[in-house]
Design a protein around this ligand. Sequence first.
Ligand SMILES: Nc1ncnc2c1ncn2[C@@H]1O[C@H](COP(=O)(O)OP(=O)(O)O)[C@@H](O)[C@H]1O
Ligand SMILES: [Mg+2]
Length: 324
Amino acid sequence: MPIVTEQLSYVYSPKSPFAKQALNGVTLTVADGDFLGVIGHTGSGKSTLAGHFNALIRVQSGRVEVDGIDLRPKKLDFKLLRSTVGMVFQYPEYQLFDESVERDVGFGPRNLKIPPDEIAERVRESLEMVGLDYEGVRRRSPFELSGGQKRRVALAGVLAMRPKILVLDEPTAGLDPRGKAEILELIRRVKKYMCPTVIMISHNMDEIAANCNKIAVMSGGSLVCVLPPEELFTRGDLLKEHGIEMPAVTRIANALADRGLDIPRSLVREDDLVAAIVAAKRGAIKAATPAKPERAQKAENNIPHTDAVKDAAKKGGDECVTFR
Ligand SMILES: Nc1ncnc2c1ncn2[C@@H]1O[C@H](COP(=O)(O)OP(=O)(O)O)[C@@H](O)[C@H]1O
Ligand SMILES: [Mg+2]
């Protein structure tokens, strides 16, 4: 198993007046090939949990195993661990430091005393993986790049270690919508071609729903549950109790279902929603007039829009779905 935690607890500044219990008995398994989303309010312990996976935060109580490496012993093979788990912190661009992109990305492999030829190869591979032109950026200072490019360079530096597991702490925070979409696209590419197991902390339920096969919900240092998105986002009780927002796609699916359309309420991905709407328009799914007009009007007023859904509505005609 890539990652197993068992009864993992952690206290910052223990035995001091400032002691703060950040994790409380977290037992979690992340399987090979998982794209695990970690959600929860600020202060719920997400970053503390993630920090354990590359031993930046050391195990105080409980157990953590990463790709067969027990992280409890004081002495660890950190080189092996850093080549196994790639950790992308919040705002990773703040950690860029070297004079050129090439040197910055090659920093980790240089520390591993890898031969220069292989370092150059890894730097090229990593920059290409994050969608940057190797020849175009290698000699540039990382500090003269745009915000989105800096973040890509920082990610390339992690990928140059060729980790099997990639952990991302709020990878799209602070980016504009286009920058967010680009980073997510490249994370999907990295997962497909490089790191089969990805863990992503995010506050954005649309990002989580669209990409993850499992979602871990954290609250007050405890793990509340681990569920597939289709299940979590239809669990009204959990959403309410933990203040979890529904992804836009699920809200639209629910609004349409409220209006009598035979569309599953558990949809979490835009493509699936578009397909369901198109199918409904083609008559494959029976569209019914809502039984309660008042409720329907209320639902209509609450329908969120996405461009893809509007396009689908245009394509499909307008007798049962109207968008304003
Ligand atoms: N370095 C630290 N020293 C003391 N308390 C900390 C430190 N880092 C985090 N905490 C506290 O631990 C709890 C969990 O924090 P964190 O893991 O950063 O949560 P999240 O990533 O979900 O926002 C919070 O109450 C936070 O204030
Ligand atoms: Mg955090």
